[in-house]
Design a protein. Sequence first.
Lengths: 79, 225
Amino acid sequence: MKAIVNVSLKAGVLDSQGKAVHHALDSLHFNGVSDVRVGKQIILKLDETDKEKAMADVTKMCEELLANTVIEDYEIELV
Amino acid sequence: MTKVSIVQFPGTNCEYDTQYAFEELGAKTELIWHKSESIPSDTDLLVVAGGFSYGDYLRSGAIARFSPVMKAVTEYANNGGKILGICNGFQVLTEAGLLPGALKRNDNLHFISKHHHLKVINNDNIFLKKLDNNDIVNIPIAHHDGNYFIDEDGLRELNANNQILLKYTNVNGTNLNPNGSVDSIAGISNKEKTVFGLMPHPERAMELILGSDDGRAMLQGFMEA
């Protein structure tokens, strides 16, 4: 099983990279973009086969290391 | 004689400057490799020095915070030991939860390396007691992730407990924010005033010939317990 973890800055925390990318898109005349957020994706290959257990494990990984929950949110997708 | 122990991770590069600075002030020093599971028992001040750590993969300080020595550092902190985290050391201490908040990428996305003025906000602690509130010091900054973030409740608490140590200002003491930090914060302490963290480098401001010796008055505070 694979876990795809998306980590991004919380809503309300200024994402300066997102802002810079947005600005660049504007200058390329891509005008239909109202907001840009830049995050990171971490892909984990898991030995665990039980989805519930895997979700619990990865959640713990996110809380302890993969995300800094002071400034970041995370989403986990199991595939 | 004050004993200063300095933590060294793979990538730390300010440990020798820190050692020089404290020895100049009359301390004896010892470097502690990150694999060490204890810190010397005669330590009066533990410094988590600046530079980088473990490539700062994921986030600055995120991996370093799980290295073997950090267990001992946390234990030392919990027993009331004095800790100073400079730059990457500050990032490590926030990641470890020993200081509140977090350090984000600078708002302008640049690595900023220059002298910057700072204003002393609270000198009621061992670190800044040799300075007066509202004193201005000129100290080098050198960071990419120095943009201090804390939520509104956290900021209220910092203010209520006099935990804000230093703010970025111009030479006249007016806020001047180089990196986007909440409230122009450059350095903070924990509630108990035993753990201190700042992005600027006082250990690089020890000689007038190198631009400033304002770091002396800052670090001197630790020399008289």
